[in-house]
Design a protein around this ligand. Structure first.
Ligand code: GDP
Ligand code: MN
Length: 405
């Protein structure tokens, strides 16, 4: 039976499972990553962010007219895709920005441009530290073929890649830095500065629990070694330890309701139906969605409040669903195991007291403390919350109610 349910909502399930923000890393924009580089002593070009043509003009003037305009998107290979352009004076910088702002670069809309002084580049390298899950170590990677993607370097010039494994238990050793620099045949007069940059990269990697810290290209200019590009991606599972990065997060392609859900820490995916779903456990949420489909309705979302959910999280769930204009009815499907039905019921009462959701609620409450839970609902929310006995009945009622709303 469950197999049938699951196959019906395959599409919704895929959406739930493959939502980008649920992936395991958070990428920083180049301008954000460069700020972190700077704080750790890695030289970056002079530059500023611009979000409008007026700002582009002002920044270009400040930088002396000769600038590089860099589209701030999270996809790589911007250079080839037309997201990196040089301008020789302020007017042409504004002209380029006019085309760039609002355009789509590999599927991402450009909303910000980072303007930098033009560099006099003598040599370019690739340098990165990446988490290698298979080898259970960090890989320090250096290549003399800077400026192109590492995937492309690996394909075309594998001999130009030098790699050193860093065991996280012992950290980065000076001999490893010497190994990589001699392997890449770096001239002696650059060693000290290069070593400093590599140490700083490792420091950033550790401090932010990053999966990747990359400089491509690291360039030699008359002013020394400069990071012309910057990439940092952070392990999402470690983000809770780095609240300061959470503030940097931009909610691209996420609507207001989803933003609310992310901020509340809910496991939520917005869909296009009108029956709001709240369930405990991802499997339970999937099965609930399937039942709604079976009854001829369409779920408005996937929302798993998790095992052991307390009153506060239940309130948040109602807050998010109330903000979604498409939701005509909420079907809340709770099977109490670790989650206690009375605790959930208190959450519903709290939600009604504090935010007074105007949507009808169908509730299936069974398992641990179900009697107590039902009593709380009956005493406090008579007429506002309709209790059903089984999840099949609940799905049927919810679809029916949604039709009449
Ligand atoms: P990516 O294509 O998204 O990796 O963007 P990059 O920031 O790496 O820029 C693409 C290329 O532009 C670099 O590989 C540089 O070789 C080249 N470039 C040429 N002049 C400049 C300059 O003055 N500043 C910067 N940042 N890049 C330059
Ligand atoms: Mn680059």
């Amino acid at each position: 039976m469950l197999c049938i349910y699951l196959s019906i909502s395959q599409n919704a399930k895929e959406k739930a499972l493959f939502l980008p923000r649920k992936f395991h890393d958070m990428k920083l924009y180049e301008y954000q990553a460069k700020q972190i580089f700077k704080e750790h002593g890695i030289k970056i070009p002079r530059g500023s962010l611009a979000e409008s043509l007026g700002e582009v003009r002002r920044v270009a003037e400040e930088l002396g007219g000769k600038v590089v305009l860099k589209a701030q998107v999270l996809v790589g290979g911007r250079g080839k895709a037309g997201g990196i352009k040089k301008a020789m004076n302020v007017d042409s910088a504004v002209e380029i920005a006019e085309k760039m702002l609002g355009s789509s670069l590999k599927g991402e809309i450009v909303r910000k441009i980072y303007l930098e002084e033009l560099l006099e580049i003598k040599e370019e390298w690739y340098l990165s530290i990446a988490l290698d899950r298979v080898e259970k170590c960090f890989s320090l990677i250096f290549s003399t073929a800077g400026g192109i993607d590492i995937e492309e370097i690996a394909q075309k010039f594998p001999e130009k890649i030098v790699k050193v494994k860093i065991n996280p238990r012992w950290g980065l050793w000076d001999y490893q830095i010497r190994d990589i620099l001699s392997g890449a045949k770096i001239r002696n007069d650059l060693w000290k500065e290069m070593a400093g940059i590599i140490r700083a990269l490792y420091e950033i990697m550790m401090k932010y629990e990053a999966e990747l810290v990359e400089i491509n290209p690291l360039v030699l200019t008359p002013k020394g070694l400069i990071a012309a590009d910057a990439k940092i991606s952070i392990d999402e599972n470690a983000l809770f330890r780095h609240r300061e990065l959470e503030d940097l997060r931009e909610y691209v392609g996420v609507d207001e309701v989803e933003k609310m859900a992310i901020k509340a820490g809910l496991n939520y995916v917005r869909l296009d139906g009108n029956v709001g779903v709240i369930a405990n456990g991802a499997g339970m949420a999937m099965a609930t969605m399937d039942l709604i489909y079976l009854e001829g309705g369409k779920p408005a979302n996937f929302l798993d409040i998790g095992g052991g959910a307390g009153a506060e999280i239940v309130k948040k769930a109602f807050e998010v669903l109330s903000a979604d204009k498409n939701v005509k009815v909420v079907f809340m499907n709770i099977f109490g195991g670790i989650t206690r039905c009375d605790e959930v019921a208190l959450g519903i009462v709290k939600a009604f007291r504090e935010i007074n959701p105007k949507i009808p609620v169908i509730l299936r409450l069974s398992g641990t403390n179900e009697e107590e839970g039902r009593k709380i609902i009956e005493e406090n929310l008579q007429g506002k919350v309709e209790i059903v006995k089984t999840m099949e009945e609940g799905a049927k009622r919810a679809v029916e109610v949604a039709k009449w709303q």
